[in-house]
Design a protein around this ligand. Structure first.
Ligand code: KIV
Length: 264
């Protein structure tokens, strides 16, 4: 079976079919997610928190991202595979190209996600012209937690909403093939989704984006501490992991997730 491609995901945006995404960090979960019809697996650097037990995603190394991406690639056959650029793995455009090369060549990633907007414009352009598909992660940036002053909803006032909208357009113009919006008001996410031709993934970004993603351990209710308000525990109602993941895919496809209580 061949993997879904960026063209398949673009087609879904055009037809309006929602795309179900989840994070994955190992081969066994990757197989369950793939079998349940999850269409995009994100090897997120959230693994620093949910797998390694750190307070933030900052300590995750490029070697660790490559290791986990390779495991997820080995366990899955159909899902599109995206891997996170770790904190400052893209400190310069040249370094970003080298890091992205490792995520693709050694990790098997089909796309690399970079956290940040305008400061990465040149990097996104370089990667895209060198055959590296890029997803630009905008809104709440977990790698910038110390700069943003905590994990907070972004784009709430008119000025920051306008900046985010312009940033999204600029990243698409620079060559990004996908956007990810984390914790932005649903109305703003809807405007951004309408204003770009590329698929937009949301987490805490309301129902109007093209794709939904959650951290796997949050939607299984096994992340220590409080579950984020934009997530839902699908395991509690389903009984086992494959059924929980299948329920998530179904809820994304039929639009019942996210519900109003999961949006800002
Ligand atoms: O690392 C991650 O899991 C992510 C999600 C929060 C989207 O970037």
């Amino acid at each position: 079976m061949s993997r879904l491609s960026i063209s398949n995901l673009r087609e879904r945006k055009q037809t309006g079919e929602k795309i179900a995404c989840l994070t994955a960090y190992d081969a066994s979960f990757a197989r369950i997610l793939d079998d349940a019809g999850v269409e995009l697996l994100l090897v997120g650097d959230s693994l620093g928190m949910v797998v390694q037990g750190h307070d933030t995603t900052l300590p995750v190394s490029l070697d660790e991202m490559v290791y986990h991406a390779r495991a997820v690639a080995a366990g899955s056959q159909r899902a599109f595979l995206m891997a996170d650029m770790p904190f400052l793995g893209d400190a310069t455009p040249a370094q970003a190209l080298t890091s992205a090369g490792r995520l693709m060549k050694e990790g098997g990633a089909q796309m690399v996600k970079l956290e940040g907007g305008m400061p990465l414009r040149e990097t996104v352009h370089l990667l895209s012209t060198r055959g590296v598909p890029v997803c630009s992660h905008l809104g709440l940036l977990p790698q910038s937690v110390h700069k943003q002053g905590g994990y907070r909803v972004q784009g709430r006032d008119a000025e920051s909403a306008q900046t985010l909208l312009e940033e999204a357009r600029e990243m698409a113009a620079a060559g990004a093939d996908m956007l990810l919006l984390e914790c932005v008001p649903a109305e703003l996410a809807a405007r951004i989704t309408e204003s770009v031709a590329i698929p937009v993934i949301g987490i805490g970004a309301g129902p109007s984006v093209d794709a939904q993603v959650l951290v796997l351990y949050d939607m299984l209710g096994i992340t220590p501490g409080r579950r984020p308000s934009f997530s839902r525990d699908f395991l509690a109602a389903s009984g086992d992991v494959p059924a929980a993941v299948a329920a998530y895919v179904q809820a994304v496809k039929d639009g019942s997730f996210p519900a109003p209580e999961h949006s800002f």
